[in-house]
Design a protein around this ligand. Structure first.
Ligand SMILES: O=c1[nH]cnc2c1ncn2[C@@H]1O[C@H](CO)[C@@H](O)[C@H]1O
Ligand SMILES: [Zn+2]
Length: 331
């Protein structure tokens, strides 16, 4: 099977976890930011999370270096363009990228400047390549909550013009959902779609809460519904998209090895699973690699692949017009 040429959809990818190592070096020089090395191999190894990470928290330490050069409009625009360019070159036809606007204010950019820059970079790539995209705004669960409404307000100006959804990311504690109810309600009122990282590191109850309390239409990872019948049944009944990210799940120890990943059992039981990268650089992967790993490990056929491709279209926060376009690539 030629995995590179398959049409692909990635619904779960973090911008700051997907920066090209060379771009870190270039932007650090341009912006006079001090970085630990000028050597591309050393920068790469500092960005890639090792297989020996103990948990999600250790994995999340890999984001500080890329974020150090993502504090100017030009830097953010370039990185956004490049992630879409990289994806387009491996036949990703539709790409939802997420990032945390709160992480890009170290040099005083406004949320409008930050969100405007990612959208501009994406649109530059859309004009050059056969790829369509949208942005998801991720709020960091561990950050102070006082500016969440400001992020939602700033993003609202770009809704359906490059921004489509709201997400909660970062370390996952049991029971995190309840304290975010008013913010998610506000985002829904403004017109955002909702996806929530849940059941990755944390318990299956978090997935149940994300759907029942936060109205999540999709969940990031959702692995731990395996241990929670209520969450499993709710995901199935409500057709909640599971954004599966196989390589990342192994690095964060959400699963021990790919053969133990529940995604295959979910697929067989007709849960709506999708295949995604999570972080192209931190997880040292591409959509081509993730698709190859899943198809080989789970022994999926080409027909299975296109079933999953269609599930991704159904679950995408894209316009009907874009969905029609994506269907033209389906077999
Ligand atoms: O797999 C993940 N689970 C939870 N949070 C994550 C994951 N990958 C990245 N981030 C967090 O999302 C922020 C915005 O993109 C990143 O800075 C990182 O802290
Ligand atoms: Zn993620």
């Amino acid at each position: 099977m030629n995995y590179l040429s398959l049409p692909k959809i990635d619904l779960h990818c973090h911008l700051d976890g997907s920066v090209r190592p060379q771009t870190i070096i270039d932007l650090a020089a341009e912006q006079s930011v001090t970085i630990p090395s000028q050597d591309i191999n050393e920068i790469s190894s500092l960005m890639i999370a090792p297989e020996t990470c103990n948990n999600l928290e250790e994995y999340l330490l890999r984001f500080d270096l890329p974020l150090s050069v993502m504090q100017t409009e030009a830097g953010i625009e370039r990185i956004s363009f490049e992630v879409f360019e990289d994806a387009a070159k491996e036949n990703v036809k539709y790409f939802e990228v997420r990032f945390g606007p709160q992480l890009h204010q170290q040099q005083g950019l406004s949320f409008d400047q930050i969100i405007g820059s990612v959208v501009k970079g994406m649109q530059r790539a859309e004009a050059m390549y056969d790829i369509k995209g949208n942005y998801i705004l991720s709020i960091l669960r561990t950050f102070p909550k006082d500016n969440i409404r400001d992020v939602i307000d700033a993003g609202a100006a770009y809704l359906n013009k490059g921004v489509v959804a709201f997400d909660l990311a970062g370390a996952e504690l049991p029971g995190f959902c309840s304290e975010f109810i008013p913010y998610v309600d506000y985002a829904i009122e403004k017109g955002y779609r909702i996806t929530i990282h849940a059941g990755e590191q944390g318990v299956g109850q978090n997935v149940f809460d994300a759907v029942s309390l936060l109205h999540a239409e999709r969940v990031g990872h959702g692995i731990h519904i395996t241990g929670h019948q209520g969450a499993y049944d709710l995901v199935k009944q409500e057709n909640i998209g599971l954004e599966t990210c196989p390589s990342s799940n192994i690095q964060t120890k959400a699963v021990n090895k790919l053969s133990e990943h529940p995604a295959k059992a979910f697929y067989k039981d007709k849960l709506p699973i999708t295949i995604n990268t999570d972080n192209r650089t931190v997880s040292n992967t591409t959509m081509t690699d993730e698709v190859r790993k899943v198809m080989e490990e789970f022994d999926l056929s080409r027909e299975d692949y296109f079933n999953i491709y269609r599930i991704s279209i159904e679950q995408a926060f894209a316009s009907d017009e874009v969905k029609q376009h994506l269907l033209t690539f389906a077999e």
